[in-house]
Design a protein around this ligand. Structure first.
Ligand code: AHR
Length: 527
Protein backbone atom coordinates (compact mmCIF):
# COMPACT_ATOMS: atom_id res chain seq x y z
CA UNK A 1 0.00 0.00 0.00
CA UNK A 2 0.91 3.64 -0.04
CA UNK A 3 3.49 3.52 2.73
CA UNK A 4 5.98 1.86 0.42
CA UNK A 5 5.40 4.42 -2.31
CA UNK A 6 8.77 5.70 -3.53
CA UNK A 7 9.10 9.42 -3.56
CA UNK A 8 11.19 11.73 -5.75
CA UNK A 9 13.66 14.47 -4.91
CA UNK A 10 12.16 17.95 -4.42
CA UNK A 11 12.71 20.41 -7.23
CA UNK A 12 13.53 24.01 -6.57
CA UNK A 13 12.29 25.72 -9.72
CA UNK A 14 9.11 25.29 -11.69
CA UNK A 15 7.54 25.81 -15.06
CA UNK A 16 6.72 29.46 -14.46
CA UNK A 17 8.84 32.40 -15.49
CA UNK A 18 10.46 33.60 -12.30
CA UNK A 19 11.91 37.07 -12.74
CA UNK A 20 13.60 37.79 -9.44
CA UNK A 21 13.58 37.09 -5.74
CA UNK A 22 11.17 39.18 -3.70
CA UNK A 23 11.06 38.01 -0.16
CA UNK A 24 10.62 41.24 1.76
CA UNK A 25 9.37 44.74 0.85
CA UNK A 26 8.96 46.26 -2.64
CA UNK A 27 7.28 43.27 -4.23
CA UNK A 28 7.96 42.84 -7.94
CA UNK A 29 4.68 43.31 -9.84
CA UNK A 30 3.18 40.25 -11.48
CA UNK A 31 2.00 40.51 -15.06
CA UNK A 32 -0.53 38.11 -16.49
CA UNK A 33 -1.52 37.96 -20.15
CA UNK A 34 -4.76 36.12 -20.79
CA UNK A 35 -5.22 34.94 -24.36
CA UNK A 36 -8.96 35.10 -24.92
CA UNK A 37 -8.03 35.19 -28.62
CA UNK A 38 -6.57 31.66 -28.41
CA UNK A 39 -9.21 29.51 -26.69
CA UNK A 40 -8.05 26.03 -25.76
CA UNK A 41 -9.92 22.90 -24.72
CA UNK A 42 -12.98 22.77 -22.50
CA UNK A 43 -12.20 22.20 -18.83
CA UNK A 44 -14.29 19.10 -18.22
CA UNK A 45 -16.40 19.60 -15.12
CA UNK A 46 -15.10 16.24 -13.90
CA UNK A 47 -11.75 17.93 -13.21
CA UNK A 48 -13.56 18.91 -10.00
CA UNK A 49 -14.34 15.29 -9.07
CA UNK A 50 -14.26 13.70 -5.63
CA UNK A 51 -12.99 10.42 -4.20
CA UNK A 52 -14.96 8.60 -1.47
CA UNK A 53 -13.48 5.38 -0.18
CA UNK A 54 -14.51 2.96 2.54
CA UNK A 55 -11.86 4.39 4.84
CA UNK A 56 -12.26 5.65 8.40
CA UNK A 57 -15.35 7.84 8.56
CA UNK A 58 -15.17 8.81 4.90
CA UNK A 59 -18.46 7.05 4.31
CA UNK A 60 -19.82 5.60 7.56
CA UNK A 61 -20.54 8.50 9.92
CA UNK A 62 -19.33 11.08 7.41
CA UNK A 63 -21.91 10.62 4.65
CA UNK A 64 -23.99 7.62 5.62
CA UNK A 65 -25.37 7.20 9.13
CA UNK A 66 -28.27 4.83 8.50
CA UNK A 67 -31.97 5.58 8.69
CA UNK A 68 -32.18 5.03 12.45
CA UNK A 69 -29.52 7.60 13.30
CA UNK A 70 -30.50 10.63 15.42
CA UNK A 71 -28.49 12.69 12.90
CA UNK A 72 -31.00 14.18 10.44
CA UNK A 73 -30.87 12.03 7.32
CA UNK A 74 -32.65 10.98 4.18
CA UNK A 75 -32.62 7.22 3.61
CA UNK A 76 -29.54 7.15 5.85
CA UNK A 77 -27.60 9.99 4.15
CA UNK A 78 -26.72 12.99 6.32
CA UNK A 79 -28.85 15.95 5.23
CA UNK A 80 -26.14 18.47 6.15
CA UNK A 81 -23.42 16.72 4.13
CA UNK A 82 -25.68 16.12 1.12
CA UNK A 83 -26.68 19.81 1.09
CA UNK A 84 -23.04 20.92 1.29
CA UNK A 85 -22.04 18.59 -1.56
CA UNK A 86 -24.92 19.84 -3.73
CA UNK A 87 -23.77 23.41 -3.14
CA UNK A 88 -20.30 22.36 -4.27
CA UNK A 89 -21.68 21.15 -7.63
CA UNK A 90 -19.75 17.89 -7.29
CA UNK A 91 -19.65 16.56 -10.87
CA UNK A 92 -18.37 13.05 -10.20
CA UNK A 93 -17.64 10.68 -7.32
CA UNK A 94 -15.11 7.85 -7.42
CA UNK A 95 -16.02 4.79 -5.29
CA UNK A 96 -15.42 2.31 -3.50
CA UNK A 97 -11.58 2.79 -3.40
CA UNK A 98 -8.58 3.12 -3.56
CA UNK A 99 -6.90 0.15 -2.00
CA UNK A 100 -10.31 -0.92 -0.67
CA UNK A 101 -11.56 -1.51 -4.23
CA UNK A 102 -9.20 -4.42 -4.84
CA UNK A 103 -10.67 -6.37 -1.94
CA UNK A 104 -14.28 -5.32 -2.52
CA UNK A 105 -16.75 -7.89 -3.79
CA UNK A 106 -19.82 -6.08 -5.04
CA UNK A 107 -22.25 -8.85 -4.12
CA UNK A 108 -21.40 -8.15 -0.44
CA UNK A 109 -23.11 -4.78 -0.81
CA UNK A 110 -26.51 -5.62 -2.33
CA UNK A 111 -29.74 -6.97 -0.88
CA UNK A 112 -31.18 -6.30 2.59
CA UNK A 113 -28.62 -4.39 4.64
CA UNK A 114 -29.03 -6.59 7.71
CA UNK A 115 -28.17 -9.69 5.69
CA UNK A 116 -24.99 -8.33 4.14
CA UNK A 117 -21.76 -9.99 5.23
CA UNK A 118 -19.46 -8.18 7.63
CA UNK A 119 -15.81 -8.21 6.52
CA UNK A 120 -12.62 -6.68 7.84
CA UNK A 121 -11.34 -3.56 6.11
CA UNK A 122 -7.77 -4.85 5.95
CA UNK A 123 -6.37 -1.71 4.32
CA UNK A 124 -7.77 0.91 6.64
CA UNK A 125 -7.63 0.30 10.37
CA UNK A 126 -8.55 -3.39 10.35
CA UNK A 127 -12.10 -2.51 11.41
CA UNK A 128 -15.34 -4.33 10.54
CA UNK A 129 -16.95 -3.29 7.25
CA UNK A 130 -20.72 -3.74 7.49
CA UNK A 131 -21.34 -3.37 3.76
CA UNK A 132 -24.42 -1.29 4.64
CA UNK A 133 -23.23 1.16 1.99
CA UNK A 134 -23.14 -0.72 -1.30
CA UNK A 135 -24.00 -0.25 -4.96
CA UNK A 136 -27.59 0.97 -4.44
CA UNK A 137 -26.52 3.38 -1.71
CA UNK A 138 -23.66 4.76 -3.83
CA UNK A 139 -25.96 5.51 -6.74
CA UNK A 140 -28.57 6.95 -4.39
CA UNK A 141 -25.91 9.35 -3.13
CA UNK A 142 -24.64 10.45 -6.54
CA UNK A 143 -28.16 10.91 -7.85
CA UNK A 144 -29.05 12.99 -4.76
CA UNK A 145 -26.12 15.34 -5.27
CA UNK A 146 -26.40 15.39 -9.07
CA UNK A 147 -23.01 13.78 -9.76
CA UNK A 148 -21.82 11.17 -12.23
CA UNK A 149 -20.56 7.78 -11.07
CA UNK A 150 -17.01 6.52 -11.33
CA UNK A 151 -16.86 2.90 -10.16
CA UNK A 152 -13.55 1.16 -9.46
CA UNK A 153 -13.61 -2.57 -10.22
CA UNK A 154 -11.69 -5.18 -8.22
CA UNK A 155 -8.73 -6.54 -10.17
CA UNK A 156 -6.50 -7.50 -7.23
CA UNK A 157 -8.75 -10.19 -5.72
CA UNK A 158 -11.56 -10.22 -8.25
CA UNK A 159 -12.00 -11.65 -11.70
CA UNK A 160 -13.05 -10.42 -15.15
CA UNK A 161 -16.34 -12.30 -14.64
CA UNK A 162 -17.05 -10.50 -11.36
CA UNK A 163 -16.29 -7.10 -12.90
CA UNK A 164 -18.36 -7.88 -16.02
CA UNK A 165 -21.32 -9.02 -13.93
CA UNK A 166 -21.18 -5.88 -11.78
CA UNK A 167 -21.28 -3.81 -14.97
CA UNK A 168 -24.32 -5.76 -16.17
CA UNK A 169 -26.02 -5.39 -12.77
CA UNK A 170 -25.52 -1.63 -12.87
CA UNK A 171 -26.20 -0.85 -16.52
CA UNK A 172 -28.32 -3.69 -17.93
CA UNK A 173 -31.83 -3.03 -19.19
CA UNK A 174 -32.94 -6.45 -20.43
CA UNK A 175 -34.62 -9.07 -18.30
CA UNK A 176 -31.48 -11.02 -17.43
CA UNK A 177 -31.09 -12.75 -14.08
CA UNK A 178 -28.76 -10.00 -12.85
CA UNK A 179 -31.06 -7.21 -13.97
CA UNK A 180 -34.05 -8.95 -12.35
CA UNK A 181 -32.01 -9.18 -9.16
CA UNK A 182 -31.29 -5.43 -9.29
CA UNK A 183 -34.97 -4.74 -9.83
CA UNK A 184 -35.90 -7.01 -6.92
CA UNK A 185 -33.44 -4.99 -4.83
CA UNK A 186 -35.40 -1.84 -5.62
CA UNK A 187 -33.89 -0.29 -8.75
CA UNK A 188 -35.93 -0.62 -11.92
CA UNK A 189 -33.96 1.55 -14.35
CA UNK A 190 -30.28 1.00 -15.11
CA UNK A 191 -27.81 3.43 -13.61
CA UNK A 192 -25.29 5.37 -15.64
CA UNK A 193 -21.67 4.45 -14.97
CA UNK A 194 -19.46 7.15 -16.50
CA UNK A 195 -16.07 5.64 -15.71
CA UNK A 196 -15.22 2.02 -14.92
CA UNK A 197 -11.67 1.59 -13.61
CA UNK A 198 -9.80 -1.68 -13.92
CA UNK A 199 -8.00 -1.90 -10.58
CA UNK A 200 -6.17 0.69 -8.50
CA UNK A 201 -2.48 1.29 -7.84
CA UNK A 202 -1.63 -2.05 -9.39
CA UNK A 203 2.04 -1.21 -8.70
CA UNK A 204 1.25 -1.36 -4.95
CA UNK A 205 -1.83 -2.22 -2.88
CA UNK A 206 -3.64 -3.35 -6.06
CA UNK A 207 -1.38 -6.36 -6.55
CA UNK A 208 2.32 -5.35 -6.72
CA UNK A 209 2.31 -5.98 -10.46
CA UNK A 210 4.95 -5.24 -13.05
CA UNK A 211 3.77 -2.74 -15.70
CA UNK A 212 3.84 -5.29 -18.57
CA UNK A 213 2.00 -7.86 -16.48
CA UNK A 214 -0.70 -5.34 -15.60
CA UNK A 215 -1.03 -4.34 -19.27
CA UNK A 216 -1.90 -7.97 -20.03
CA UNK A 217 -4.29 -8.15 -17.09
CA UNK A 218 -5.91 -4.93 -18.29
CA UNK A 219 -6.32 -6.42 -21.78
CA UNK A 220 -8.00 -9.47 -20.29
CA UNK A 221 -10.43 -7.41 -18.19
CA UNK A 222 -11.19 -4.83 -20.86
CA UNK A 223 -12.01 -7.52 -23.42
CA UNK A 224 -14.96 -8.68 -21.32
CA UNK A 225 -16.45 -5.36 -20.16
CA UNK A 226 -19.63 -5.11 -22.22
CA UNK A 227 -22.76 -3.02 -22.00
CA UNK A 228 -25.78 -2.22 -24.12
CA UNK A 229 -25.37 0.43 -26.81
CA UNK A 230 -24.99 3.83 -25.17
CA UNK A 231 -24.36 2.38 -21.71
CA UNK A 232 -20.69 1.57 -22.01
CA UNK A 233 -18.62 3.61 -19.53
CA UNK A 234 -15.18 4.93 -20.26
CA UNK A 235 -12.61 2.29 -19.34
CA UNK A 236 -9.79 3.55 -17.16
CA UNK A 237 -6.49 1.75 -16.70
CA UNK A 238 -4.58 2.04 -13.43
CA UNK A 239 -1.43 4.02 -14.10
CA UNK A 240 1.59 5.64 -12.53
CA UNK A 241 2.28 7.77 -9.49
CA UNK A 242 4.43 10.84 -9.03
CA UNK A 243 7.20 11.04 -11.67
CA UNK A 244 6.92 7.38 -12.67
CA UNK A 245 5.95 6.76 -16.33
CA UNK A 246 6.49 3.02 -16.74
CA UNK A 247 2.82 2.06 -16.51
CA UNK A 248 1.79 4.55 -19.16
CA UNK A 249 4.54 3.22 -21.45
CA UNK A 250 3.60 -0.42 -20.91
CA UNK A 251 -0.10 0.25 -21.39
CA UNK A 252 0.37 2.33 -24.53
CA UNK A 253 2.65 -0.35 -25.99
CA UNK A 254 0.57 -3.37 -25.11
CA UNK A 255 -3.11 -2.53 -24.83
CA UNK A 256 -5.03 -3.84 -27.80
CA UNK A 257 -8.63 -2.95 -27.07
CA UNK A 258 -10.48 -0.08 -25.51
CA UNK A 259 -8.67 2.17 -23.04
CA UNK A 260 -10.14 5.65 -22.71
CA UNK A 261 -7.77 6.93 -20.05
CA UNK A 262 -4.91 6.09 -17.71
CA UNK A 263 -4.78 7.24 -14.10
CA UNK A 264 -2.04 9.17 -12.29
CA UNK A 265 -1.78 9.49 -8.50
CA UNK A 266 0.19 12.19 -6.76
CA UNK A 267 -0.02 13.10 -3.08
CA UNK A 268 1.63 16.23 -1.71
CA UNK A 269 3.87 15.43 1.26
CA UNK A 270 7.04 16.99 2.62
CA UNK A 271 9.22 14.19 1.27
CA UNK A 272 11.68 13.26 0.04
CA UNK A 273 10.77 9.99 1.79
CA UNK A 274 7.13 8.92 1.97
CA UNK A 275 7.33 8.73 5.77
CA UNK A 276 8.27 12.40 6.08
CA UNK A 277 4.92 14.12 6.55
CA UNK A 278 4.00 17.48 8.04
CA UNK A 279 1.31 18.20 10.58
CA UNK A 280 -1.91 19.62 9.14
CA UNK A 281 -1.79 22.66 11.45
CA UNK A 282 0.89 24.20 13.65
CA UNK A 283 3.47 23.91 10.86
CA UNK A 284 6.37 26.26 10.24
CA UNK A 285 7.05 28.48 7.23
CA UNK A 286 9.36 25.72 5.99
CA UNK A 287 6.34 23.39 6.04
CA UNK A 288 4.26 25.96 4.16
CA UNK A 289 6.71 26.46 1.29
CA UNK A 290 7.90 22.86 1.16
CA UNK A 291 4.29 21.72 0.73
CA UNK A 292 3.56 24.30 -1.97
CA UNK A 293 6.80 23.56 -3.83
CA UNK A 294 5.96 19.87 -3.81
CA UNK A 295 2.39 20.37 -4.95
CA UNK A 296 3.62 22.38 -7.96
CA UNK A 297 5.51 19.31 -9.11
CA UNK A 298 2.14 18.13 -10.43
CA UNK A 299 2.76 20.33 -13.48
CA UNK A 300 5.94 18.49 -14.48
CA UNK A 301 4.40 15.08 -13.82
CA UNK A 302 1.44 15.83 -16.07
CA UNK A 303 3.71 17.38 -18.71
CA UNK A 304 5.90 14.25 -18.81
CA UNK A 305 2.84 11.99 -19.10
CA UNK A 306 1.29 14.24 -21.75
CA UNK A 307 4.45 14.18 -23.87
CA UNK A 308 4.75 10.42 -23.54
CA UNK A 309 1.10 9.86 -24.47
CA UNK A 310 1.44 12.24 -27.42
CA UNK A 311 4.50 10.41 -28.73
CA UNK A 312 2.67 7.05 -28.58
CA UNK A 313 -0.46 8.54 -30.15
CA UNK A 314 1.56 9.98 -33.01
CA UNK A 315 3.22 6.62 -33.67
CA UNK A 316 -0.01 4.71 -33.44
CA UNK A 317 -2.53 7.01 -35.06
CA UNK A 318 -0.39 9.40 -37.12
CA UNK A 319 -2.08 12.75 -37.56
CA UNK A 320 -5.60 11.30 -37.59
CA UNK A 321 -7.92 13.40 -35.47
CA UNK A 322 -9.03 11.47 -32.42
CA UNK A 323 -9.85 12.03 -28.79
CA UNK A 324 -6.67 11.92 -26.75
CA UNK A 325 -6.18 9.15 -24.24
CA UNK A 326 -7.18 10.80 -20.98
CA UNK A 327 -4.83 11.27 -18.06
CA UNK A 328 -7.13 11.09 -15.03
CA UNK A 329 -5.51 12.29 -11.81
CA UNK A 330 -7.94 10.31 -9.70
CA UNK A 331 -6.02 10.71 -6.42
CA UNK A 332 -4.37 13.97 -5.43
CA UNK A 333 -4.10 16.26 -2.44
CA UNK A 334 -2.16 16.71 0.77
CA UNK A 335 -1.27 13.83 3.05
CA UNK A 336 -0.23 14.85 6.57
CA UNK A 337 0.35 13.07 9.86
CA UNK A 338 -2.91 11.80 11.34
CA UNK A 339 -4.51 14.02 13.98
CA UNK A 340 -3.28 13.09 17.48
CA UNK A 341 -5.62 10.61 19.13
CA UNK A 342 -7.20 9.46 15.85
CA UNK A 343 -6.88 5.94 14.44
CA UNK A 344 -3.79 6.23 12.17
CA UNK A 345 -5.50 3.92 9.67
CA UNK A 346 -8.34 6.43 9.25
CA UNK A 347 -6.16 9.21 7.74
CA UNK A 348 -7.90 12.02 9.61
CA UNK A 349 -6.31 15.43 9.13
CA UNK A 350 -7.31 19.05 9.70
CA UNK A 351 -7.42 21.34 6.71
CA UNK A 352 -6.05 24.86 6.65
CA UNK A 353 -5.60 27.86 4.41
CA UNK A 354 -2.46 26.09 3.09
CA UNK A 355 -4.70 23.34 1.69
CA UNK A 356 -6.91 25.86 -0.07
CA UNK A 357 -3.82 27.38 -1.74
CA UNK A 358 -2.66 23.85 -2.67
CA UNK A 359 -6.07 23.18 -4.25
CA UNK A 360 -6.06 26.43 -6.26
CA UNK A 361 -2.50 25.84 -7.49
CA UNK A 362 -3.51 22.36 -8.69
CA UNK A 363 -6.68 23.64 -10.40
CA UNK A 364 -4.54 26.18 -12.25
CA UNK A 365 -2.27 23.33 -13.42
CA UNK A 366 -5.16 21.06 -14.45
CA UNK A 367 -6.69 23.86 -16.56
CA UNK A 368 -3.47 24.14 -18.53
CA UNK A 369 -3.77 20.50 -19.62
CA UNK A 370 -7.54 20.58 -20.17
CA UNK A 371 -7.43 18.44 -23.33
CA UNK A 372 -5.55 15.64 -21.53
CA UNK A 373 -6.66 15.91 -17.89
CA UNK A 374 -10.41 15.55 -18.26
CA UNK A 375 -11.05 14.14 -14.82
CA UNK A 376 -9.46 14.31 -11.38
CA UNK A 377 -10.57 13.21 -7.91
CA UNK A 378 -9.24 14.81 -4.76
CA UNK A 379 -8.59 12.44 -1.87
CA UNK A 380 -11.05 12.48 -0.19
CA UNK A 381 -14.51 14.02 0.18
CA UNK A 382 -15.30 13.71 3.91
CA UNK A 383 -13.08 13.17 6.99
CA UNK A 384 -10.16 11.61 5.06
CA UNK A 385 -6.94 13.35 3.92
CA UNK A 386 -7.58 16.70 2.16
CA UNK A 387 -11.29 16.66 2.86
CA UNK A 388 -14.00 19.10 1.82
CA UNK A 389 -16.01 18.35 4.92
CA UNK A 390 -15.22 17.28 8.49
CA UNK A 391 -17.82 15.79 10.79
CA UNK A 392 -17.95 15.02 14.49
CA UNK A 393 -21.14 13.20 15.43
CA UNK A 394 -23.97 15.53 14.39
CA UNK A 395 -21.60 18.47 13.73
CA UNK A 396 -20.23 19.35 10.31
CA UNK A 397 -17.81 21.96 8.99
CA UNK A 398 -16.70 23.04 5.54
CA UNK A 399 -12.92 23.19 5.20
CA UNK A 400 -10.84 25.85 3.39
CA UNK A 401 -10.43 23.29 0.59
CA UNK A 402 -14.23 23.13 0.29
CA UNK A 403 -14.28 26.88 -0.18
CA UNK A 404 -11.57 26.76 -2.86
CA UNK A 405 -13.59 24.14 -4.76
CA UNK A 406 -16.76 26.24 -4.43
CA UNK A 407 -15.01 29.40 -5.61
CA UNK A 408 -13.65 27.59 -8.70
CA UNK A 409 -17.03 26.13 -9.80
CA UNK A 410 -17.32 28.66 -12.69
CA UNK A 411 -14.40 26.81 -14.32
CA UNK A 412 -16.50 23.65 -14.72
CA UNK A 413 -17.08 23.14 -18.47
CA UNK A 414 -15.56 26.57 -19.29
CA UNK A 415 -13.08 26.93 -22.15
CA UNK A 416 -9.48 27.11 -20.97
CA UNK A 417 -7.53 30.21 -22.03
CA UNK A 418 -3.73 30.22 -22.20
CA UNK A 419 -2.08 32.52 -19.65
CA UNK A 420 1.47 33.87 -19.52
CA UNK A 421 2.56 34.69 -15.98
CA UNK A 422 5.61 36.75 -15.06
CA UNK A 423 5.92 36.78 -11.33
CA UNK A 424 8.38 37.18 -8.50
CA UNK A 425 9.87 34.35 -6.52
CA UNK A 426 8.82 33.64 -3.00
CA UNK A 427 11.78 31.93 -1.33
CA UNK A 428 12.41 30.50 2.10
CA UNK A 429 15.21 28.17 3.20
CA UNK A 430 16.09 25.81 0.38
CA UNK A 431 12.77 26.40 -1.37
CA UNK A 432 11.66 28.82 -4.07
CA UNK A 433 8.27 29.02 -5.77
CA UNK A 434 6.56 31.49 -8.08
CA UNK A 435 4.65 33.99 -5.99
CA UNK A 436 1.50 33.89 -8.12
CA UNK A 437 -0.27 30.97 -9.77
CA UNK A 438 -3.01 31.76 -12.30
CA UNK A 439 -5.42 30.33 -14.83
CA UNK A 440 -8.29 31.68 -16.90
CA UNK A 441 -11.29 30.42 -18.83
CA UNK A 442 -14.33 31.57 -20.76
CA UNK A 443 -17.65 30.33 -19.38
CA UNK A 444 -20.69 29.35 -21.37
CA UNK A 445 -22.40 32.68 -20.54
CA UNK A 446 -19.52 34.60 -22.15
CA UNK A 447 -17.92 35.79 -18.92
CA UNK A 448 -14.21 35.40 -18.23
CA UNK A 449 -13.12 33.72 -15.04
CA UNK A 450 -9.66 34.09 -13.54
CA UNK A 451 -8.27 31.99 -10.70
CA UNK A 452 -5.31 33.37 -8.74
CA UNK A 453 -3.32 32.20 -5.75
CA UNK A 454 -0.67 34.16 -3.88
CA UNK A 455 1.75 31.62 -2.42
CA UNK A 456 3.70 34.19 -0.44
CA UNK A 457 2.56 34.19 3.19
CA UNK A 458 3.97 37.67 3.89
CA UNK A 459 3.64 39.93 0.86
CA UNK A 460 0.67 40.98 -1.20
CA UNK A 461 1.05 40.58 -4.97
CA UNK A 462 0.37 43.46 -7.34
CA UNK A 463 -0.99 41.85 -10.47
CA UNK A 464 -1.59 43.62 -13.72
CA UNK A 465 -3.52 41.50 -16.21
CA UNK A 466 -4.04 42.17 -19.89
CA UNK A 467 -6.79 40.32 -21.69
CA UNK A 468 -5.99 39.81 -25.34
CA UNK A 469 -9.04 39.41 -27.57
CA UNK A 470 -11.87 40.34 -25.20
CA UNK A 471 -13.40 43.49 -23.84
CA UNK A 472 -14.58 43.59 -20.26
CA UNK A 473 -16.37 46.31 -18.32
CA UNK A 474 -17.07 44.79 -14.95
CA UNK A 475 -15.15 42.69 -12.45
CA UNK A 476 -16.38 40.89 -9.34
CA UNK A 477 -14.72 38.38 -7.13
CA UNK A 478 -14.26 36.45 -3.94
CA UNK A 479 -11.19 36.04 -1.77
CA UNK A 480 -10.17 33.39 0.72
CA UNK A 481 -7.45 34.38 3.15
CA UNK A 482 -6.67 34.62 6.87
CA UNK A 483 -4.11 35.95 9.33
CA UNK A 484 -2.33 32.66 9.99
CA UNK A 485 -0.83 30.21 7.48
CA UNK A 486 -2.58 27.36 9.29
CA UNK A 487 -5.92 29.14 9.82
CA UNK A 488 -8.64 26.51 9.82
CA UNK A 489 -12.24 25.89 10.73
CA UNK A 490 -13.23 24.02 13.87
CA UNK A 491 -16.52 22.74 15.20
CA UNK A 492 -16.46 25.69 17.61
CA UNK A 493 -15.52 28.24 14.91
CA UNK A 494 -16.85 26.78 11.65
CA UNK A 495 -16.47 30.01 9.67
CA UNK A 496 -13.01 31.14 10.77
CA UNK A 497 -11.85 30.72 7.14
CA UNK A 498 -14.48 31.49 4.55
CA UNK A 499 -14.59 33.43 1.28
CA UNK A 500 -15.73 37.04 1.26
CA UNK A 501 -16.35 39.58 -1.46
CA UNK A 502 -13.09 40.77 -3.02
CA UNK A 503 -12.60 44.51 -3.41
CA UNK A 504 -8.98 44.43 -4.56
CA UNK A 505 -9.60 44.32 -8.34
CA UNK A 506 -10.36 47.19 -10.71
CA UNK A 507 -10.32 47.81 -14.42
CA UNK A 508 -8.11 50.56 -15.74
CA UNK A 509 -8.68 50.88 -19.48
CA UNK A 510 -7.72 47.53 -20.98
CA UNK A 511 -5.84 46.41 -17.87
CA UNK A 512 -7.09 44.59 -14.83
CA UNK A 513 -5.29 45.66 -11.67
CA UNK A 514 -5.44 43.27 -8.73
CA UNK A 515 -3.85 43.36 -5.30
CA UNK A 516 -3.77 39.81 -4.03
CA UNK A 517 -3.44 39.60 -0.25
CA UNK A 518 -0.61 37.46 1.08
CA UNK A 519 -1.51 33.73 1.23
CA UNK A 520 -4.78 34.00 -0.60
CA UNK A 521 -7.00 32.47 -3.25
CA UNK A 522 -9.00 34.84 -5.44
CA UNK A 523 -11.49 34.03 -8.19
CA UNK A 524 -12.66 36.87 -10.44
CA UNK A 525 -15.51 36.98 -12.93
CA UNK A 526 -15.28 39.58 -15.69
CA UNK A 527 -18.02 40.65 -18.05
O1 AHR B 1 -6.52 7.77 -0.60
C1 AHR B 1 -5.97 6.82 0.26
C2 AHR B 1 -5.21 5.73 -0.47
O2 AHR B 1 -4.11 6.27 -1.12
C3 AHR B 1 -5.95 4.99 -1.54
O3 AHR B 1 -6.73 3.97 -1.06
C4 AHR B 1 -4.83 4.43 -2.37
O4 AHR B 1 -5.20 4.24 -3.71
C5 AHR B 1 -3.72 5.44 -2.20
O5 AHR B 1 -2.50 4.85 -1.89
Amino acid sequence: MSQIRPYGIPLLLFGFLIVSAAVAADPVPTTVTIHADRPGATIDKNVYGQFSEHLGSGIYGGVFVGENSPIPNTRGFRNDVVAALKELKVPMVRWPGGCFADEYHWRDGIGPQEKRPVRINTNWGGVPESNAFGTHEFFDLVEMIGADAYVNANVGTGSPAEAAQWLEYMTGDQATTLVRERRANGREKPWKVSIYAMGNETWGCGGNMRPEYYADVYNQYAAFMKAQPGAMPELLASGDHDDQTVFTSALMQNVRGRMDAISLHYYTILGPRWENKDTATGFSEAGWINTLANTLRMDGFIKAQDELLTSFEQKRFGGAPRRKTGLYVDEWGTWYKPEPGSNPGFLVQQNSLRDAVVAAANFNIFHKYADRVRMTAIAQTVNVLQAMILTDGPKMIRTPTYHAFRMYTPFQDAVSLPVDVRTATYAYGQWAVPQVSASAAKSGDGSLVIGLANLDPHNPADVSAVIAGAQVREVRGEVLTAEAMDAHNTFEKPDAVRPVEFRGAKLSGETLIVTLPAKSVVVLTLR
